[in-house]
Design a protein around this ligand. Structure first.
Ligand code: NZQ
Ligand code: ZN
Length: 392
């Protein structure tokens, strides 16, 4: 196990009716709040009204900015920063999914940086400071409600980049799984694929002696898969949603990743798909992940045998390791199929002619700074093209 340090101070409030506490919970942190959200869903599900009422009841002054779209845009982040400066905002509250939350985190970071906020995403300036922010989550997926990262799309440059740092971890997050019951099936499936990927990125490692986190990861992956199949068929099942929701938080607050080398190549490859065709992050991951597994498993076949047996329930008896691994990956593909997820890049309208371009962007080769991505197997742009080709 490697040395690690983890600090996850988010005050996490989970369960039915918890959204009514938001005003009182954030009151100590700021004098004026930006209420930030996406399209119409928060209004349809009643969260917008509940939030406004709670803020008013607690005497919290606020201004609002809606309109965040999936794969949140830099232009709205910049508009948000301008608004916050003009209004003297000192706290950001996001209500919605990962996109609204990430847009809010970017505004919070941009408020504490003198130049263009995109500098932080390009690594021109380090992320060291942000306004405090809070969330009320409406979709279990990105894990941004307790993560230290945010991902934003620069629509002009056609790039989707992330920033990371403890200063953008929410100080308060409310997760009420009742809100998940209104999700359309495709969003349920996308969210589950993202949650699982956050655990795969941590699970497949060369770091030895990580039994505690290995077993924790296996338990949470299996539980999320089990209850994902329940909610995809019965989105009204609160108890099943509570399991998926808790799984989604733990999947990405990094308690499952401590002390082990993590990979993140699949996420890097997927961000190029989202940037290319504005597809949902989870939809891209469901296609890229099995292909990545097929390409890299020989780097540490023991890890993939463990996955096949402990997670996918493949029987150990009379099987060669290769066959066990192939069966494990096939079962994962079958699971994504049952969730109704696309299985090929063609279905996501991403043609083979785009592969080289995306691969060079993902690895930095385009910008003369090819660094390679991933750690389970370091991937250069040619490897990434091969993986895109394996996306059947
Ligand atoms: O815009 P509205 O109207 O709110 O509709 C949203 C959106 O269309 C809808 N939705 C959300 N909750 C709903 C609902 N519809 C009905 N009922 C509800 N309760 O769902 C759609 C997707 O929302 P979005 O916020 O985009 O989804 P998600 O949470 O999957 O976030 C995706 C973004 O998070 C980033 C992704 O790259 C992507 O940009 N990620 C952020 C991470 C982080 N900050 O730590 C890590 C992840 O790996 C990921 O990269
Ligand atoms: Zn993700």
């Amino acid at each position: 196990m490697e040395n690690f340090q983890i600090c996850t101070p988010t005050n996490l409030v989970f369960g039915k009716g918890t959204q009514h506490q938001i005003g009182e919970l954030i009151k100590p942190y700021g004098k004026k709040v930006l209420l930030h959200y996406g399209g119409g869903s928060v209004k349809k599900i009643g969260l917008y009204d509940d939030t406004v009422n709670s803020l008013k009841k607690a005497g919290v002054d606020f201004v609002e900015l809606g309109g965040v779209v999936p794969n949140p845009r830099l232009s709205l982040v910049q508009e948000g920063i301008k608004l916050c400066k003009a209004e003297g905002v000192d706290f950001i509250l996001a209500i919605g999914g990962g996109s609204a939350i990430d847009s809010a985190k970017a505004i919070a970071a941009g408020m504490c940086y003198d130049g263009d906020v995109w500098d932080l995403f390009e690594g021109i300036a380090p992320l060291t400071k942000a306004l405090p922010m809070a969330t009320v989550l409406t979709i279990p997926a990105a894990g941004s409600e307790m993560s230290n990262s945010a991902v934003v799309s620069n629509e002009e440059k056609g790039r989707k980049y992330g920033i990371g740092g403890d200063c953008i971890r929410p100080v308060v997050s409310i997760v009420n799984p009742e809100y998940f019951t209104t999700l359309p099936k495709n969003q349920i499936a996308n969210g589950v694929a993202d949650i699982l990927s956050h655990m795969f990125e941590r699970y497949f490692t060369h770091t030895k002696n990580c039994d505690v986190t290995d077993r924790m990861l296996e338990a949470v992956i299996k539980s999320v898969m089990k209850y994902a199949l329940v909610v995809i068929n019965d989105p009204s099942n609160y108890e099943a949603w509570a399991e998926v929701g808790l799984g989604g938080i733990i999947a990405h607050n990094n308690w499952l990743g401590i002390g082990r080398q993590q990979d993140w190549a699949s996420h890097n490859m997927e961000h190029e798909l989202s940037a290319y065709n504005d597809i949902a992050h989870g939809a891209g991951l469901a296609v890229v992940t099995p292909a990545w597994m097929k390409y890299v498993y020989k780097e540490n076949i023991g890890m993939f045998v463990q996955f096949a047996v402990n997670v996918m329930g493949v029987s150990h008896s009379h099987r060669e390791p290769e066959a066990l691994v192939q069966e494990g990956i096939a079962r994962l593909e079958e699971f994504f199929g049952k969730m109704g997820l696309a299985q090929t890049l063609g279905e996501l309208n991403i043609p083979e002619s785009a592969f080289e371009d995306m691969a060079k962007k993902a690895t930095g080769a385009y910008f003369g700074q090819e660094r390679g991505i991933g750690s389970f197997k370091k991937l250069m742009w040619q490897d990434v093209v091969e993986i895109y080709k394996l996306c059947r």
